[in-house]
Design a protein around this ligand. Sequence first.
Ligand SMILES: [Fe+2]
Ligand SMILES: [Fe+2]
Length: 160
Amino acid sequence: MVFEAPTMTDSSRTWVEELYDHVNQHAQAEQGLLESYIEATEGTESDALAYLVGLIVEDEKRHHRMFSEFAASLQHGLNWTTSGNKVPAMDFYKVDPARIRELTDKSLEYEESDLAALKDLHKMVKEAKDVTLWDLIVQIMQRDTEKHISILSFIKHHLN
Ligand SMILES: [Fe+2]
Ligand SMILES: [Fe+2]
């Protein structure tokens, strides 16, 4: 992954302006990376390579979208506009905290047990890690589950 060094700090520029440039650069770098992934596997005879790079491409498409939305959101911040902003404000005050706490607690419990089940599964497929993609697939799912736990914990933490 290519990370651009931040541009020289000019004291006349605001933090949001600096951040905007940085995020925008990153969104562009991700787009370039995405194209090179697609190019590198075009016409490959290897199903395994196509499958695995396909997983990365899915993520990179989402990263590119998220970074573009993040940059646009900063632009909205600079222009004091809100219409069409895809990154919502932290408006958790609009939810019923009791109901959402119940949802996050239940979901966190589920995700934690999912993590434990994946750990067991990992032990079972570990043996085949040099001859199949299974071990890698289980590892990816473990990381996705950790991501879900982070999202749910964030919501829970900010309920009130
Ligand atoms: Fe990325
Ligand atoms: Fe999950």
